[in-house]
Design a protein around this ligand. Structure first.
Ligand SMILES: [Ca+2]
Length: 96
């Protein structure tokens, strides 16, 4: 199953913006995780794909302009893991 990126219009409707945000949809998508890995204030995206011939897992950097860039080669180890957990640096403070 391909990943589809939906935009919430704020009025209860969603639209498919997968191509507009530059997310390449690979077959076998099984999970997604959002986090701000580079601490620039924009949520980045990690997509886990089905292991095997379905495709590789991909780390997408949020460019801050409604598009994403594949930064897997620079950031994420090549893995066939089905899920990803993010951790915050110990020095990070979470506002209540
Ligand atoms: Ca970010």
């Amino acid at each position: 199953m391909a990943c589809i990126f939906f935009h919430n219009d704020g009025a209860g409707k969603f639209s498919d913006v997968t191509k507009a945000v530059n997310i390449r949809s690979e077959k076998g998508c099984v999970g997604v995780t959002f986090a701000d890995y580079d601490h620039d204030g924009d949520l980045d995206l990690y997509i886990s794909n089905k292991p095997g011939d379905a495709g590789r897992n991909v780390m997408w950097r949020n460019n801050g302009n409604s598009t994403f860039t594949d930064v897997s080669a620079e950031t994420a180890p090549r893995t066939e893991a089905l899920a990803l957990a993010w951790s915050l640096p110990i020095s990070t403070t979470i506002a209540a």
